[in-house]
Design a protein around this ligand. Structure first.
Ligand code: HEM
Length: 651
């Protein structure tokens, strides 16, 4: 590894000899040089060494190699003044997300050889993804560009920590500079730090304490939350609070404190400051379950180098383009089966003339089954027969368990789970039992997968895709215990998260017939994600900052007519008239950067394929175009699932 990294370092570091600071010998330079020239040469060498050290330090951090004292020494010798040439500065600079780097539907169908679409898409993940697939490319602003050329850059600051360079202002200990700079943008109002908000004021960095808040006593706030039943309406609470207090506020709830933000500029600021090991809020009830049951944790619950080691191995199996190509046909099989079975049902049980039979139903139970069937096919390489007339009790129990586990998580987040465990509180018992079901479902499948692998000649798969599980086992780089932990998390994270947005999407297509027609005709790769983000926040430490996706998606400050279902806002190169600055940090349903959703490629393709097959088979209508009421149960979902009328189309 070290040698591969050295090779990749060699070229960029060599180019440093042409760097501004050491570009040419000064005129009048003699072979031996004068004393004055000697000093000059020394200074130039020190500068050159410092630049090389800065680059080395960057790559050492990137590839998790041990630090080198010489780098720090050389930086020190140059008085910590490092001004990298533009192209090198670019390599160590921050990245903003591309508008949408999804592996789109059209790619999907081209890979399947369906040949239905001819429009070319160039957004397939590149080979870079083999090592760092989650970071999407983007352009730096002039301001960031300038920030890279700063005085006093220390070796361990050089990576994408632009916000830590933002100001030379005094930093209170433990207070993230990203949050400080957020204050510059968003907190410029007269009486921040209270429950009132006054008009914005431009100006310098304001104090953390000045960020407005919803009440300083976390326990009183929590009581209010319980009393008003606000847990299930957390997304609405956030939207209202932003309206009341402005685009940044603090919230104390029980033992949790967070700074909540929603503007793309602020979100960009936060994400540009994330390092090699981004941290989210730990879902303590989940962690306590693993600890008390002595299960290992997977990427969802891990942090630091342990997280990164697992994550890079998982990326290879579920995020990179070659992995997507492996599992795409499996997802397509399931999506086609779903549509065949629904079509059969509408044709036999529906009403209307032949060729245009119709049936109105709540598709949510079928969508949950679809998502579970698709997950099992991709993760275990196994079909579990959920579209048959009598799906197994075990599968039904799994779906119930995931739903229970999610619903019991939010209220447990603000209370100490170990205390509840000791008190045998029913809420905790329900939560832990739900997780036990999820684990035993995964355990049974992992055992079967293991046996199948053993039975295959020499333990190898004979070229057959045995699912992500088989791939991980064959690679042999994760222990069986860690494979189990991660596969279980992928199973738990992969069902409701896709089934619910599918409900929203069908409903929106049903009540927007013109959009439905356009999508059917074009079958574009992107559709609404910001309006109903299943995860309503993305979080980062230090100082818990929550990016509030629901208010972001519904803000007229960020989107032109945000309430309108308009998938075309994500397509093509339509300028973001309303994006304001930080425009690209608007589509964050899957989070951002190296810690973004690891199931993203599975989810996107699973949902897109299903929608595509549905639109080819059916016309969708809804009886009411009223807004859907929504509730939050760790994921955002409709309060009651919408009923959709499916009318068959001729193929
Ligand atoms: C529409 C569907 C989905 C959405 C909107 C979604 C959203 C998210 C978000 C917002 C995060 C946090 C990212 C961050 O902090 O930057 C996340 C993490 C995660 N998701 Fe998803 N997700 C979806 C589907 C899936 C699926 C299908 C799987 C599994 C196959 C999955 C497994 C995970 C895991 C394991 C993590 C933790 C990753 C880590 O910490 O390294 N998700 N997801």
């Amino acid at each position: 590894m070290e040698s591969a990294v050295k090779n990749s370092l060699l070229a960029p570091i060599k180019t440093l000899k042409f760097c501004v600071s050491g570009e040419k010998q000064p005129s009048g330079w003699t072979k031996h040089g004068s004393k004055r020239h000697g000093k000059l040469r020394e200074a130039m060498n020190a500068q050159k060494n410092a630049e090389r050290a800065a680059m080395r330090a960057h790559f050492r951090r990137k590839y998790q190699l041990t630090k080198n004292a010489k780098d720090a020494e050389q930086l020190r010798a140059a008085g910590r003044k490092v001004c990298l040439p533009r192209d090198l500065a670019k390599m160590v600079g921050p990245e903003a997300p591309a508008k949408d780097d999804s592996f789109g539907l059209i790619d999907a169908f081209q890979s399947l050889g369906a040949g239905i679409f001819t429009r070319k898409q160039s957004k397939t993940p590149t080979s870079r993804a083999d090592t760092e697939p989650c970071r999407s490319k983007g352009r730096r602003t002039e301001r960031q560009e300038a920030l890279l050329c700063v005085k006093g850059v220390q070796s361990d600051q050089i990576k994408s920590e632009s916000s830590s360079m933002i100001s030379s202002c005094v930093r209170p200990p433990g207070f993230s500079t990203a949050v400080r700079s957020l204050c510059v943008h968003a907190c410029g109002r007269e009486d921040a730090g209270t429950e009132r908000a006054l008009p914005r004021r431009t100006g310098g960095v304001r104090d953390f304490q000045e960020i407005p808040h919803t009440g300083s006593n976390g326990w009183i706030n929590l009581l209010r939350f319980w009393k008003d039943g606000r847990f299930s309406l957390l997304h609405k609470h956030m939207e209202n609070t932003f309206r009341r207090l402005g685009p940044i506020y603090r919230e104390h709830l029980g033992s949790q404190s967070s700074v909540n933000i929603m503007l793309p500029t602020d979100i960009g600021e936060l994400f540009r400051s994330e390092g090699l090991h981004p941290r989210r809020m730990t879902l303590q009830p989940w962690a306590t379950h693993r600890e008390t049951r002595r299960h290992s944790k997977g990427v969802f619950l891990k942090n630091g180098t342990e997280w990164r080691a697992d994550r890079l191995l998982l990326n290879r199996e579920v995020m990179v383009a070659s992995a997507v190509r492996r599992f795409l046909p499996l997802l397509d099989d399931v999506a086609q089966d779903f549509c065949r079975s629904l079509r059969h049902r509408v044709e036999t049980e529906g009403v209307g003339e032949t060729g245009q039979r119709r049936m109105t139903l709540d598709p949510s139970p079928d969508l949950f089954r679809f998502a579970l069937e698709a997950s099992c096919h991709v993760l275990y390489g196994e079909r579990i027969g959920l579209f048959s007339s009598s799906p197994s009790e075990e599968s039904e129990r799994f779906i119930w368990a995931v739903e229970r586990m999610l619903a019991t998580t939010p209220p447990l987040l603000y209370l100490p789970p170990r205390l509840l465990l000791r008190l045998r509180a029913p809420l905790w018992t329900q939560h832990a039992t739900a997780w036990d079901h999820i684990f035993s479902h995964a355990e049974a499948r992992i055992q079967r997968g293991y046996q199948r692998m053993q039975m295959a000649v020499g333990g190898a798969s004979d070229g057959r895709f045995l699912g992500v599980l088989g791939q991980l086992m064959e690679a042999g780089q994760l222990s069986l215990e860690l494979i189990k932990a991660n596969i279980t998390e992928l199973m738990a994270g992969g069902v409701d998260t896709t089934a619910v947005p599918l409900q929203f999407a069908l409903f929106e297509l049903g009540r927007n017939p013109d959009v439905q027609e356009r999508v059917r005709a074009q079958v574009l790769s992107s559709w609404e994600q910001a309006l109903y983000p299943v995860g309503i926040t993305v979080q980062r430490y230090p100082t818990l900052v929550q990016v509030c996706l629901y208010p972001l998606g519904r803000s007229p400050e960020v989107f032109d007519r945000p309430e309108r279902f308009d998938p075309s806002r994500w397509a093509g190169s339509k300028p973001d008239e309303n994006a304001g600055s930080g425009g690209s940090f608007r589509s964050l349903a899957f989070g951002f950067g190296s810690r973004q959703c690891v199931g993203r490629r599975i989810a996107e393709n699973e949902m897109q394929l299903l929608l595509m097959h549905i639109l080819r088979n059916f016309k969708l209508t809804v009886s009411s175009t009223e807004e859907l009421n929504t509730k939050y149960t760790l994921i955002l979902q409709p309060e009651s699932p919408p009923r959709i009328t499916f009318t068959t189309r001729s193929l």
